[in-house]
Design a protein around this ligand. Structure first.
Ligand SMILES: [Fe+2]
Length: 434
């Protein structure tokens, strides 16, 4: 440690001899957490308008007894202004399961952030993670944000899943809209892991804002658009549905994701005794009963069946064959719960309870946290697989109670936080449906 501090001191001294530290805008901002590669790690990402040359996180259970050095990325926005901002990424290591940590980030010479606290996840599969899920939340009209913030500060969640479409858009106004958004979510994202997947609103400059502003598991050295992580009894998989639509950035990415999915799902299935649930999240749904002519309204959606005519790379079959339990989607600015479905056919568990040992995955669309594009409407007559739908602003709460029971509820912001939908999914056996 003493050696590290000496090196920091030397680096800072040299820097301050050449530039005036006091004239720089180097206060850490937009601070957010995300899960690391395993339960002993937690990533911290933050931003500074000017460079600091060093990026540190000090943390510990009782005071700042541990320190890690991160890296600073010079991120140049692809717009006409070519605005430069500095993104700092560090991974806290040697975390104890279930322990409450204090941390701050920044630099001993350039300044530290305020202090934040988080509780590290348990490694154990025998606990009940509580998660808030939503998509499509912007700077303007972020209807769910105040309630989500209050929930988070009251300790109601272990993690947040933002299922694509941030800020509207992060690249707008040379990236200042992205800066504002990351500041808006900091009260939540600095105390809970803020887990993400890319949406269509992140498309500009080959998803550069998404890739630079977030750091997801397995992404310490790269810009991955898909990843997985374990949390209690769940194996979560985050996918990019955008590969199907923005092929100008390389169709190979779609196939690379598909090959990765095969191996990740195979490994997850071997581990189902320990982590029985497999839950996926991606931005654009395979099914929906909205009236906006999006991909999910089509008979053969791209995400569901893959590349037209050759039908390669579709997600429905591989998720069905590998026994995915629940798929979360967003993109539609509404909420929709589906009956268990495969290939457009309903496979309910029983006549009295569709969600008791269902014979196909359950889809949930939760894209109504609020943005400047407001709501998406529905077709008048729901499809046979549509169990419940609402265009109220809101978000989803999930508790994975144990190996057999998973509880979901939908919060309506339009109705003052009322629960407008509930589901208890019971699976006494997990695995392939085919
Ligand atoms: Fe979208």
């Amino acid at each position: 440690m003493a050696k590290v501090e000496l090196l920091i001191h030397l680096a800072v001294t040299v820097t301050c001899l050449t530039i005036s530290c006091h004239s720089l805008s180097v206060q850490p901002e937009q601070i957010h957490l995300s899960y690391g590669d395993d339960a002993t790690k937690m990533a911290v990402t933050w931003s500074t308008p000017d460079p600091t040359n060093d990026s540190f996180v000090e943390y510990g259970i009782n005071g700042f007894s541990q320190v890690v050095m991160g890296r600073m990325i010079k991120f140049v926005d692809g717009g006409t202004g070519a605005v430069v901002r500095y993104i700092h990424k560090a991974v806290m290591t040697a975390l104890k399961p279930g322990a409450k940590y204090v941390y701050h980030c920044g630099s001993p010479q350039y300044g530290w952030s305020e202090v934040f606290y988080f509780t590290n996840r348990l490694e154990d599969a025998n606990w009940s993670p509580r998660i808030a899920l939503f998509g499509d939340m912007g700077n303007i009209n972020a209807q769910s944000l105040p309630r989500l913030q209050k929930d988070a500060e009251m300790g109601m969640y272990d993690a947040i899943l933002h299922v694509g479409d941030f800020a509207y858009d992060m690249d707008s106004d040379n990236g200042s809209i992205g800066d504002q958004f990351m500041k808006q979510v900091q009260p939540i994202a600095s105390i809970l892991p803020y887990m993400t997947c890319p949406g269509n609103h992140e498309e500009r400059y080959n998803f550069s804002h998404y890739k630079n502003r977030f750091m997801m598991p397995g992404d310490e050295d790269g810009h991955s658009m898909f990843y997985s992580f374990d949390l209690g009894p769940v194996h979560f998989i985050s996918v990019s549905t955008e590969f199907y639509f923005y092929v100008q950035y390389g169709i190979l990415q779609l196939f690379r994701q598909y090959e990765w999915l095969k191996s990740d799902l195979a490994a997850a299935n071997k581990n189902r005794d320990k982590r029985p649930w497999i839950i996926t999240f991606g931005h654009r749904p395979m099914y929906c009963s909205n009236n906006d002519h999006d991909d999910c309204t089509r008979y053969e959606s791209l995400v569901r069946v893959g590349i037209p005519f050759i039908e390669i790379g579709g997600l429905e079959k591989i998720f069905y064959e590998n026994g995915v339990d629940v798929m979360f989607w967003a993109h539609e600015h509404s909420y929709e719960r589906l009956y268990p479905v495969f290939n457009r056919k309903v496979y309910n568990g029983s006549i009295t309870d569709p969600y008791l040992n269902p014979k196909a995955p359950v889809h949930i669309i939760t894209g109504s946290a609020g943005c400047q594009e407001n709501h998406d409407g529905f077709i008048p007559d729901p499809r046979p697989w549509s169990a419940f739908r609402s265009d109220d602003y809101g978000y989803t709460r999930m508790t994975v109670i144990n190996a057999t029971h998973l509880y979901l509820e939908q919060v309506s912001d339009d109705k003052g936080g009322q629960i407008i939908d509930k589901m208890m999914l019971v699976k006494e056996r997990h695995g392939s449906y085919s």
